[in-house]
Design a protein around this ligand. Structure first.
Ligand code: SF4
Ligand code: SF4
Length: 476
């Protein structure tokens, strides 16, 4: 259940029952920090028929102690006699030794939990071919989750070459973290995955409409050609065979380069920054290790230049790529920008004072542009995280503003959402864009607000001045 939907307990239970009635009996989740309260919702839906489903949960816990605590927490949250499968999330070459150490590692805790009947099987999730293959050979591990999609199928192929036990393989990231459906039909993505005969394919759903779409795609996938047309800029298939003596994670860097060129600039820039700590010396040592003859140093140098340019000028990669002649020049067309009315328990709204045009010097709600292929719900959660550093959940959509300011050359279509903070304390994360951040009482808002903010707050009053208002702010 993607976090942006954040369905109520009853909506979640209803959706899960519909999925079950449609023939889906395997549900994957993770501990609270990672997947919100999804564990509790799945347990609520199936507690009375626990033996007729398979539920897997997981934790980014690598030591015995941390895994013991995670299993304990999951059982308490779910209030079930046992969990069908429990696993170690994101096992990598850096943590695999401790994770699978049968004395001190997470594996010890999982073996003990299985012995004590708290879990029935042990699972593991990874983005590394060698880890997937080696873990699948361990008798005690029942399921290995690994990604498989048209941009990174090389990882699965390499895992197979290394002896992956296919009977334990479950695919995740079949939609490429939600990015590929903008480029390839979802039925084809499912067909692509099923053609490789995994035990199961995991797809996140958050609404009834998504469930219906998934079921329809599943039906179609049996007849759809499993091989989509090759995506541009997909020279690298993430086979993970390249070796860099400088320690550069080549497959990851090339993946972000591909996503940037496919239009997902912002996401790619963020990933590049996180994973690229060593500069390529252009030594060429990696070239002899790549079976696809990818021009690795050249492509890395390109990506390095684009993203360095981005960091230096605080520009979005889109403009960098436009300068490099790799994207069409911008046309004059409306853009989509989302905004969030963040309301606290004291009925105060959080606003930011704009440093830049348009509407420089006006107070605004947090928000920003929707990226290509991104849902407006994902966009607002991302923007809130980026601008004020908190994780939020959507309460409802308030309405849409036609944000047209001919004098400033501005035309945005601007949906606004009412959101609540799920974790974190707000702070001004973009001082270059906003001079101040303040909470304002709902009945004492500043007069100099942006057009979208004024409209969003008008709609907030329309919606919340009635019964829901008192639910949000109970008064004596
Ligand atoms: S060319 Fe760059 S990426 Fe390739 S091995 Fe040398 S430093 Fe590493
Ligand atoms: S650069 Fe070549 S070797 Fe490295 S992951 Fe990509 S395809 Fe495989």
């Amino acid at each position: 259940m993607p976090r942006h939907f954040n369905p109520t307990l009853s909506d979640a239970v209803e959706l899960l029952h519909k999925a079950y009635d449609s023939g889906i009996s395997f549900f994957d989740t993770a501990i609270e920090d990672e997947y919100g309260d999804s564990e509790a919702k799945i347990a609520a839906a199936f507690r009375t028929k626990w033996d007729s489903v398979v539920v897997s949960s997981k934790a980014r816990a690598y030591t015995r102690e941390s895994m013991e605590a995670s299993i304990r927490g999951s059982i308490e949250r779910m209030q079930v006699p046992y969990i069908h499968l429990y696993g170690i999330h994101q096992v990598s070459p850096e943590n695999v030794d401790i994770s699978l150490d049968p004395k001190r590692g997470a594996l010890r805790a999982l073996l003990d939990a299985r012995e004590q009947g708290k879990i029935r099987g042990i699972a593991l999730g990874t983005h590394h071919a060698a880890v997937a293959a080696e873990a699948s050979k361990l008798d005690c591990i029942s399921m290995v989750q690994l990604p498989c999609n048209p941009l990174e199928y090389g990882l699965f192929d390499t895992a197979c070459e290394k002896g992956l036990v296919l009977e334990k393989a479950v695919f995740h990231k079949v939609y490429g973290a939600g990015i590929l459906p903008a480029l390839i039909p979802t039925a084809t993505l499912l067909s692509f995955a099923f053609a490789r005969s995994p035990v199961a394919v995991l797809v996140g759903i958050g609404t009834e409409r998504e469930l219906e779409q998934l079921l329809s795609d599943y039906q179609k996938s049996a007849t759809v050609d499993p091989q989509p047309a090759p995506l541009p800029h997909s020279e690298c298939n993430r086979c993970q065979k390249c070796i860099c003596p400088e320690g550069i994670n080549i497959p990851k860097i090339l993946r972000y380069r591909a996503y940037a060129l496919l239009g997902f600039h912002r996401w790619a820039a963020h990933g590049f920054e996180k994973n690229y700590t060593v500069q390529c010396t252009q030594c060429g040592a990696c070239l002899s290790t790549c079976p696809r003859e990818v021009r690795i140093p050249e492509l890395i140098a390109q990506a390095e230049a684009w993203f360095a340019d981005l960091a230096a000028y605080n520009e979005r990669p889109v403009s960098v790529l436009q300068k490099a002649g790799r994207l069409n020049p911008p046309e004059r067309h409306p853009r989509v920008g989302v905004g969030a009315v963040v309301l606290n328990d004291a009925n105060e709204v959080l606003l930011l004072l704009r440093r830049k045009a348009p509407e420089r010097g006006c107070w605004t709600i947090p928000g920003g542009a929707v990226e290509f292929g991104e849902t407006i719900e994902d966009a607002i959660i991302r923007e809130v995280q980026e601008e004020i550093g908190v994780r939020c959940g959507i309460t409802k959509m308030l309405g849409i503003t036609n944000h047209i300011l001919p004098g400033e050359g501005t035309h945005w279509v601007a949906p606004a959402f009412l959101v609540r903070i799920l974790s974190g304390t707000p702070r001004n994360m973009e001082p270059d864009s906003h001079t101040r951040m303040e909470w304002f009482p709902i009945d004492s808002l500043p007069s100099n607000s942006t057009m979208t903010t004024t409209e969003a707050l008008r709609r907030l009053n329309l919606h919340l001045s009635k019964p829901l208002w008192t639910q949000l702010a109970p008064r004596p």
